[in-house]
Write a protein that binds this ligand. Structure first.
Ligand SMILES: Cc1cc2nc3c(=O)[nH]c(=O)nc-3n(C[C@H](O)[C@H](O)[C@H](O)COP(=O)(O)OP(=O)(O)OC[C@H]3O[C@@H](n4cnc5c(N)ncnc54)[C@H](O)[C@@H]3O)c2cc1C
Length: 423
């Protein structure tokens, strides 16, 4: 019997637990270690921050669903990993031995990189459901007494989708409330141009997103680095333009990501930012029984940008990393060579409140076979369907891939390829 331990129970860790259990069967033991009792559907956080969703709508306790599938659950943060003894020790001192370890711990939010950034400083966040709830409290006060808004991402950020989404969602909500005319909005980003998204653009994402920002009267600064954030005042440095001070009443900034401490401190496991180095089979080259999936893995930037940006790691890629990991662990147990590889494709649905833009980059790193971006109300509807489907799937404990089934069928991969050839 092999013991498989997964750290993290979110978009990467929870499907990994189900899929590994399904692929390996009852003869092997699967344990999930998580610092939260609950699963939170992170892509819906921007909706929580404007009151379109509550924590209850997007969260559920994972224990009963995991245990129903015969998966052990330990709600204690992992504090140390000993890759020599093959043990994880939790913050409560529980020692969990493993034969195979899957790290799915997501990001550490590096607010500390910029003075005054983050929910303990002067800007809001939607990165966790706790942050999104706090942002909603601030937003309710803001609505009573509106003023300028700044939304964007800090230097070194890799997750740009939620920043664009949140500006468009705020714009929609403020229009619905009839107070948009009282709110000057600015988008700031380290991206070299609007729509770069850490991916060197996807299709005509530059024109599409610039058009959308213009259409909604949101001005922007690209190549921007945040120097400091004081109460209601942000100082940025824009490449070639120098320093600017921008006043705000409400600001939401996505920070740069790093690896979480418990993982980052394991010798030889991570890059300098604390992201787990993996080979094409999701395995650590140094510790062959350690695998990693999701935002916590190291991916080199697609290109050097004048102000640093990173590569996003999104749901579709994570789904395929999970499948590859499950099959490679099975192969390792059976003494066979690793063979399953994740597809390095990016499919993103950016919600705009009343509308949306879908981006497809296959492969994620250019030059690509398919590069496609389209706007439509169907994207907003697909995003709502995605939320409902993913939560239902995680409660049922099935590992069927969402993107393959719903998105790719909806958009039709064949149509994409044909259209790409024509462009
Ligand atoms: C606001 C936001 C919106 C996004 N929207 C989309 C979207 O619409 N579509 C898309 O494809 N992608 C989206 N992403 C990107 C990505 O898909 C998500 O971030 C996704 O949740 C990443 O999954 P993950 O499991 O890798 O990391 P996470 O979801 O961050 O999960 C990591 C888990 O590990 C736990 N953990 C951390 N350290 C420990 C420890 N020491 N011990 C135990 N547990 C630990 C954390 O608490 C967390 O539950 C979004 C990201 C953000 C931040």
């Amino acid at each position: 019997m092999a013991r498989i331990v997964i750290i993290g129970a979110s978009t990467g860790g929870l499907p990994a637990a189900y899929e590994i259990k399904e692929v390996l069967g009852a003869d092997h033991e699967v344990t999930v270690i998580s610092n939260y009792e609950n699963f939170h559907f992170i892509p819906s956080n921007p909706w929580v921050a404007v009151g379109w969703r509550t924590r209850k709508d997007i969260s559920f306790p994972v224990r009963p669903y995991l245990e129903k599938k015969g998966i052990r659950f330990l709600a204690e943060a992992a504090q140390t990993i000993d890759p020599i003894k093959n043990e994880v020790t939790t913050i409560a001192g529980t020692i969990v031995p493993y034969d195979y370890l899957v790290i799915a711990t997501g990001p550490k939010l590096a607010f500390e990189d910029v003075e005054g950034l983050g929910p303990n400083g002067n800007t809001a966040s939607v990165c966790t459901v706790d942050h999104a709830e706090k942002t909603y409290e601030e937003y309710k006060k803001f609505v009573e007494n509106p003023g300028p808004i700044i939304v964007g991402a800090a230097q070194g950020a890799s997750c740009f989708g939620p920043a664009y989404e949140f500006s468009f969602i705020l714009d929609s909500d403020l229009r619905n409330k009839g107070i948009r005319n009282k709110v000057p909005m600015t988008f700031i980003t380290p991206e070299p141009y609007i729509g770069h998204m850490g991916l060197a653009g996807v299709g005509d994402s530059k024109s599409l997103l610039e058009h959308e920002l213009r259409q909604r009267h949101i001005s922007w600064h690209t190549n921007a680095k945040i120097k400091k954030v004081e109460k209601e005042k942000m100082t940025i440095e824009v490449l070639g333009e120098g320093e600017k001070e921008i006043p705000f009443k409400l600001s939401m900034i996505i920070p740069s990501f790093k690896g979480v401490d418990a993982v980052a401190k394991v010798e030889g496991l991570c890059n300098p930012k604390g992201f787990v180095i993996v080979d094409e089979f999701q395995r650590s080259p140094k510790y062959n029984n350690i695998y990693s999936v999701g935002v916590c893995i190291a991916i080199a930037p697609i290109e050097a940008t004048p102000v640093p940006t990173g590569v996003p790691k999104t749901g579709y890629m994570i789904e395929s990393m999970v499948t590859a990991t499950a099959h490679n662990i099975k192969a390792a147990i059976e003494g066979a060579p690793a063979h399953a590889k994740a597809t390095w494709n990016a499919i993103c649905l950016a919600d705009m409140g009343d509308n949306g833009i879908a981006f497809v980059a296959m492969p994620q790193i250019p030059p690509r076979n398919v590069t496609w971006a389209k706007k439509g109300k169907w994207v907003h509807l697909a995003k709502v369907a995605f939320e409902k489907y993913f939560i239902r799937k995680m409660k049922k404990g099935v590992s069927e891939p969402f993107y393959e089934k719903l998105i790719l069928n909806t958009i039709s991969i064949k149509k994409l390829e044909d259209e790409s050839k024509r462009q």
